[in-house]
Design a protein. Structure first.
Length: 306
């Protein structure tokens, strides 16, 4: 069987660590490089549930999108759930490798998988990474267009149907009957990228974790600029349509679309590199934290005034 070191080398060729944001620390988190890897499990988050599933079923490697450690820690004792996870992985010989913002930016990574699932064509990265070693365009997010324009309410349904089901669902802001042609997609928390998206002039921005104040400010400014364009004052980009409309998706749901590609790409690449093909499985457990959504009123705040 391939060793963990050989598999890690493959993973970091597919999803280079140099693509990661400065604050991010993806890669191998737990694991003995000499151990053999014959079974790999993919999961969005390294929760106690997904780790228990991996070790209970004899996996040699758990590949997750979200890190176990976002910030520096000084102990992995039994005082915290992270310590318990590290101990469980080590005791059962199961490694943990994380592909976070490096996988976001990679070819057939998180952003491309989501954009493909939503039907975008002619894609380019929102923020390109200049990598002379890359055979394909890479970078943060994706921008593309729909093969056929559709109304915002219809495109929102396309997004919702492409995502794994959660209790939260998706939220939509903008004129529901506006036509959608161009789309920017940034899986993960995306309200820090509003200025980049605005400069692109896209009709819709699909992301996650949109907070009240940044999203409200973005929509208010977009509505103002659209009104000014309608009066012949060219603020922003395009005609009098408010842009971008916003689609807010469950964080783990949109990012887990990556595994549709990784489930194929990783074992293929390991087999090419080592002559050995590991067994792979996608743990589709919903790791979105919300268990119930109540009180939604479809008429409150309807931008069409109904």
């Amino acid at each position: 069987m391939a060793t963990l070191k050989q598999v890690v080398d493959v993973l970091e060729t597919l999803y280079p660590l140099r693509y990661a944001e400065d604050w991010d620390h993806p890669g191998l988190i737990v694991g003995d490089l000499t151990h053999e890897v014959s079974s790999i499990v993919f999961a969005a988050d390294p929760t106690m549930e997904t780790v228990d599933d991996a070790v209970r079923n004899g996996a040699d490697l758990l590949i997750c999108h979200h890190p176990l450690f976002f910030r520096a820690v000084h102990e992995v004792s039994g005082l915290t759930f992270r310590g318990r996870i590290v101990q469980a992985l080590a005791q059962h010989g199961c490694a943990l490798w994380v592909g976070h913002t490096n996988a976001d930016a990679s070819y057939r990574g998180v952003a491309q998988a989501a954009a493909d699932a939503f039907g975008l064509i002619d894609q380019t990265p929102m923020e390109p990474i200049d990598d002379p070693l890359a055979a394909h365009p890479v970078g943060l997010g994706r921008v593309g267009r729909l093969a056929e324009p559709m109304r915002l309410r219809e495109f929102a349904d396309v997004v919702a149907q492409a995502l794994p089901a959660t209790k939260l669902g998706v939220q939509v802001a903008g004129s529901l009957d506006a036509m959608v042609r161009s789309v920017a997609v940034l899986p993960g928390s995306g309200d820090s990228m509003f200025s980049t998206v605005n400069a692109l002039g896209v009709d819709v921005y699909v992301t996650s974790d949109l907070r009240h104040h940044p999203a409200t400010d973005e929509l208010q400014q977009s509505a103002y600029e659209a009104a000014m364009r309608d009066q012949g004052v060219m603020l922003g980009i395009g005609d009098a349509q408010l842009r971008p409309a916003l689609i807010n998706t469950p964080h783990s749901a949109i990012e887990s679309l990556w595994f549709r590609y990784a489930l194929e790409d990783v074992p293929n690449a390991v087999e090419v590199a080592t002559g050995q093909r590991p067994q792979v499985r996608w743990n589709k457990t919903n790791t979105d934290p919300w268990a119930l959504s109540v009180g939604a009123n479809m008429t409150v705040g309807d931008t069409d005034g109904r």
